[in-house]
Design a protein around this ligand. Structure first.
Ligand SMILES: Cc1ncc(COP(=O)(O)O)c(C=O)c1O
Length: 360
């Protein structure tokens, strides 16, 4: 076979786009950036030459992100999405070794590891609270070296990892010689992060993304915060010139612009208050059992996830099935107050199996 077995065996990443009126399936920021801000980004795009290659490693974007996140510029690694940095971490520290993560978690960690032929150990989270199973992880981390991926806040479960559990797992990771990757895609919705655990530690990195709270999911930009040596190694693994001048222009406009900063602050506040409102409404709905969340999404259990998902879609509301990962679970992204109202209004009828085929 021309293609490696690992690639032949791997399922393709599937994402089905559904017709919808209300889109609450990908944990994006609801609402685009203000038009005036987008125009300023376009002006910046006009100023840069398109015939020339971009900066080798988007250094000016890295510098702006370093300033915003209070990190040394030579410790920031920029890529077209944090997905790319997940792959880079596996290439840098996983190939020929192993990858350890939890289950369920963000699918890209294990998917990339498998494609790259790396033995992958997914340790189930505790069933009651989705916390880390310290004993099982400690055992898995005895067989290093390799890479340990932890999304914190966790996805798709939405919880924050417990500090003491995490400390115990980090000890085991250190003994096993693992690079620890904290995926902080959702940290702004919680407000707490793990940079104190990364600072001064060449064996740890934090991944962040502009796809969520910065409202740039369509632009594709993610970054890692690390010690300079680790950042340099990670940068070697990435392809040169992989962030184009147009992406860089948009991201720099957003990072430099006080209006974008204000939009971001408002988004975080709305996402938090709306999350609490949606969670309370779900708790008050018979037949629905939501899990606590510190993110911009809520995972919840119903008896018939396939049917509820379909009947919501018939009413123009798109959420995400998670029952392939956890029995009975669906996940709803926190949208605008109007979108959340549309979801909450459609849900009671969607929970009733007899209400099929309602026109949108
Ligand atoms: C936990 C987690 N990490 C990373 C990503 C991907 O981020 P990016 O858009 O920067 O590739 C997502 C996107 O949904 C995510 O949920």
């Amino acid at each position: 076979m021309i293609v490696r077995d690992a690639v032949v065996r791997a399922p393709a990443y599937r994402f089905r786009a559904h017709p919808h009126r209300v889109k609450l399936d990908q944990n994006e920021a609801p609402g685009d950036l203000p038009e005036a801000l987008k125009r300023r980004a376009l002006e910046r795009m006009m100023e840069v030459p398109w015939n020339r290659y971009p900066e080798l490693r988007a250094e000016s974007v890295a510098a702006a992100l370093a300033e915003r996140d209070d990190w040394a510029p030579d410790g920031v690694v920029v890529a077209p999405g944090s997905n790319v940095l997940i792959q880079a971490a596996v290439i840098a520290s996983g190939i020929g070794r192993r990858v350890v993560t939890v289950a369920p978690t963000f699918a890209v960690y294990a998917a990339q590891a498998r494609l790259l032929g790396v033995p992958t150990h997914e340790v189930p989270l505790r069933e009651d609270d989705f916390g880390l199973d310290v004993a099982a992880l400690t055992e898995a981390l005895r067989h290093g070296p390799g890479v340990l991926f932890l999304a914190d806040p966790a996805a798709p479960t939405g919880n924050r990892l417990d500090d003491a559990d995490l400390a115990a797992v980090l000890d085991a990771a250190e003994r096993g010689g693992f690079l620890v990757v904290f995926d902080e895609a959702y940290w702004p919705y919680d407000g707490r992060h793990r940079l104190d655990l990364v600072r001064g530690r060449p064996d740890r990195i934090a991944l962040r993304t502009c796809s969520k709270v910065d409202g740039l999911g369509g632009v594709r930009l993610g970054y890692a915060l690390a010690e300079p040596d680790t950042a340099e190694h990670l940068g070697k693994v990435l392809l040169p010139f992989d962030v184009g001048v147009l992406q860089a222009a948009v991201v720099r406009t957003v990072l430099d612009d006080p209006e974008a900063d204000a939009v971001r602050t408002r988004r975080i506040a709305t996402a938090r208050s709306e999350r609490e409102r949606v969670a309370a409404a779900l708790r008050a709905t018979a037949g629905v059992d939501p899990h606590p969340s510190v993110t911009n999404f809520v995972l919840f259990r119903v008896d018939d996830p396939e049917g509820v998902h379909r009947r919501l879609l018939e009413r123009g509301v798109l959420i995400r099935r998670q029952d392939h990962l956890l029995p009975g679970r669906l996940r709803v992204t926190i949208g605008t107050p109007e979108e959340n109202d549309a979801f909450l209004e459609a849900l009671p009828a969607a929970l009733r199996a007899e209400e099929e085929g309602v026109p949108r």
